[in-house]
Write a protein that binds this ligand. Structure first.
Ligand SMILES: Cc1ncc(C[n+]2csc(CCOP(=O)(O)OP(=O)(O)O)c2C)c(N)n1
Ligand SMILES: [Mg+2]
Length: 415
């Protein structure tokens, strides 16, 4: 026997498969989370090198404290009117989600996805950036459209795939597309939006334009190659882009550890690509705003891309096709240590004397009413199966010039 052959293991190899801290029937356990106190993380100058600020990838930027006060160097010092607009847009987003989730139960749509608990992210970022900048969202950034005043009825028409669907039935419900609102067509293939955003940002810089791009990806989808390819391009060419990772702890039934979240933070992935990273409490409207503003300034001043991990929790099922009681403790969301983004902003506005229970009740009522009115209008056109875009449009507006295969298929259908 030569030396090589004798090198046997003393014990059999085994594979580690990460497991979440709780399963159905267990109590929620968040004792593994290490979080900075509100106000504790320093705010580096926007021009700081990624290397000098690498520590921030492992910290957690927070502004709102337990008493609802805004504290520390990341306080963006927003005026009360902006804060109230933010709260109202979050309330409206949640009211919209609730109605559309019910609409699915009533058979009015085949599919819906809520963003419960994550509203602060899309709403703050949608308000902060211009609609001329291009957003490359996932299916959980409906708050972006809502914060920008996109007509709710158009969103519903898309969800119901009715004759007034603005994208004429070509997409799964909730995969909106609204160029004029800075909302790029959502891609059902996870991860593809990140290289698209980087490419769009590179083109903007190449043309000498002044628009930046912003993208979102879930914790789970960061395991896709597209995410990593995009980070290389973003770093090499200093693309003017903000690259958000929404870590809501779950990817359908896989917890974030399956995508590598136990070994390191998602923000820290940026370090290997030489990109700056910020890790932020995603349930803190002010912290999300401040971090995004930092990244925006960096992008607009030709200093390139920033990766932002938004630390949050997916409160609702993944989609209407999912039942989370099969794989996670039932009350995890209520016990999430960073609370509910709506309640936290409400508390802050109340503490500074700019909001009260009566105004809150009015805002809730108005949001439900606004959603109901849009629902009536959309349902009058038709819900799933009652009304649909014409078959002919299926063949149009996908390619600049019609492909021979499309021509053949269209002829076969006889339109
Ligand atoms: C390339 C690709 N793989 C798998 C899927 C199926 N799929 C849709 S959503 C999802 C989970 C994504 O989780 P995450 O990235 O954490 O985003 P979240 O839903 O939590 O916002 C999966 C696996 C898909 N749409 N595309
Ligand atoms: Mg996720």
């Amino acid at each position: 026997m030569n030396d090589k052959m004798s090198q046997k293991n003393s014990r059999p190899l085994s594979l580690r498969v990460p497991e979440p801290s709780g399963r159905p029937g267990d109590g929620p356990d968040f004792s593994h989370l290490v979080m900075d106190a509100p106000g504790a993380v320093e705010r580096p100058e926007v021009g700081t090198t990624p290397y000098e600020m690498r520590d921030l990838a492992f910290r957690l930027i927070r502004v709102l404290d337990d008493d609802g006060q805004a504290v520390g160097p990341w306080n963006p010092r927003l005026d009360p009117e902006t804060l109230r607009r933010g709260l109202k847009a979050m309330i409206l987003t949640r009211a919209f989600d609730d109605r559309m989730h019910r609409a699915h139960r009533q058979g009015k749509t085949s599919f819906y996805m809520k963003c419960t608990g994550e509203e602060a992210i899309a709403v703050a970022q949608g308000m902060l950036l211009s609609r001329e900048d291009m957003g490359f969202p996932t299916y959980r950034q409906q708050g972006l459209l809502i914060a920008r005043g996109y007509p709710l009825v158009e969103m519903m028409n898309q969800i119901y795939s009715n004759a007034a669907d603005p994208i004429k039935g070509r997409q799964l419900p909730i995969m909106y597309s609204a160029k004029d609102y800075g909302f790029f067509t959502i891609s059902g293939n996870l991860g593809t939006q990140v290289p698209q955003a980087v490419g769009w940002a590179m083109a903007s810089a190449y043309k000498g334009d002044d628009k930046i791009a912003i993208s979102w990806i879930g914790d789970g989808a960061t395991a896709e190659g597209d995410f990593h390819n995009a980070l290389t391009f973003a770093s090499v060419y200093r693309a003017p882009v903000i690259l958000n990772i929404v870590n809501n702890q779950w990817a359908i039934s896989s917890f974030q550890g399956i995508a590598g979240g136990l070994e390191t933070t998602f923000a820290s992935k940026a370090i290997g690509y030489g990109l700056p990273a910020l890790r932020v409490d995603g349930n803190d409207f002010l912290a999300v705003w401040a971090a995004t503003q930092w990244a925006e300034e960096r992008a607009r001043s030709n200093q390139g891309a920033t990766v932002i991990e938004l630390f949050t929790y997916r409160g609702a099922p993944h989609s209407t096709s999912d039942d989370p009681s099969r794989y996670r403790p039932g009350d995890e969301h209520e016990k999430w240590p960073l609370g509910d983004p709506l309640e936290r902003l409400r508390q802050h506005l109340t503490v500074i004397g700019e909001w009260d229970d009566e105004r809150h009740a009015t805002a809730l009522r108005e949001a439900v009413e606004q959603v109901r009115a849009a629902g009536k209008e959309s349902e009058a056109i038709g819900t799933l199966g009652q009304s649909r875009p014409s078959v002919k449009t299926m063949f149009e507006e996908v390619y600049a010039t019609e492909d021979w295969r499309l021509i053949e298929q269209r002829r076969e259908v006889g339109v």
